[in-house]
Design a protein around this ligand. Sequence first.
Ligand code: SUG
Length: 448
Amino acid sequence: MSNQEYFFDGLIGPTHNYAGLSFGNIASKLHGHEVANPRAAALQGLAKMKRVADLTGRQCLLPPLRRPRLEFLQSLGFKGSDAEVIDQAYRCRPELLAICYSASSMWTANAATVSPSADCDDGRLHFTPANLQSTLHRSIEAESTTHNLRAIFNSEELFCVHPPLPAQGLFADEGAANHTRFVGAGQSVGLEFFVFGMPSGSTGETPNKFPARQTQLASEAVARRHQLQADRVCFGQQNPEVIDAGVFHNDVIAVGHEDVLLCHSQAFLNQPELLDRLSLKFENLSGSSLQVIEFSESELPLQDAVSSYLFNSQLVTRKDGGISLICPVECEENRAAKECVAKVVEGRNRIDDVIFLDLRQSMNNGGGPACLRLRVVLDARQQEAMHAGVMLTESLYGKLTEWVGRHYRESLSQEDLRDPSLVGETWEAMEELSKILDLPSQVLLNQS
Ligand code: SUG
């Protein structure tokens, strides 16, 4: 067993809903206040996990965070029984109730930034859970995510789960959605590419319309904490114009895997210079060249890139060594995106297969295949040491689909969030999940 990349998808929680909470995320705004189907959402997510498990044998999951987070409402002055707190919040500020119910932890590309031990000076695998400062509903994920990662990767000798960065705008951090690791064939040390939207200082170019959710200061701090030498790191800035067009995370406009980078020609600021710098660093580190597959505005207009989520496809190396591109079905329905997919698969590169998946429940909140997974490269000892209960086996898949069928509603509107019976229903599901995943219920319900 050598170093291998594992995919940790977020198990979609029972309170998945459309609250229109993410400013700058076009799908979230467009579908805000529609009626969600949590059961379909979870089954779509599990079907993706099963497909990747069959292709790679390396699929795991992260549990949903316990919702509603009533402590959040209590900290804002809502008092009384659970039912009273919920009722007051709904009547006074329904958006605060939606925040404490959000299932947004499903997008585990935002759970943390991960540096495999081969890249880090102390030889440990480093995680920095994202503080998700830019949106209130996501900022309440950070503490519980840290807790869960520590329970799953529970060896200080092999893993280092840092606390999130300071909870402050200057350190706004959205995790692996703005981080890509490239590695040459047969190599263990990789080049870590950090992309930020907000430069430090007062002179750089910034978006006008929508927020930049990742700061340069945060990306630099994560690289420092993870003990990455300068030859293993490259920093770049997102093009502010694409942020204003709805690219709220870099993984909406670029995806990298092994020695391949697939991106739009407008993804980055000063793109030609940045890609030269990235390619040179990669060549110096790995002795081989980086394959950049770029689509221009005429091949794929920015608007189609954002609506189809082509660049949020997931690239996975299969057991047979080929690479599959896992796209949302929206790419099959968009003519320009479909043509680009065909070019990728027919081109001279290792991506030789495409799979279109229906992830519409997540997509309608702006979360595609790549948003739903966190990549963790583990060596043999780390594979042995991590909590085995989160590995998606055939049997776990069966148990989880059955569990979803018993506990999840088929319809959840904003109005439904005021129903106090949703609290008990959800917590009961989480109690049972802790048994299925063999994780203490104090961990899943964060009662410790
Ligand atoms: O942070 N949507 C998420 C989508 C995250 C996608 N992740 C990556 N690109 N890696 C977000 O904007 C919407 C929730 C709502 O509106 O109900 C939301 O949080």
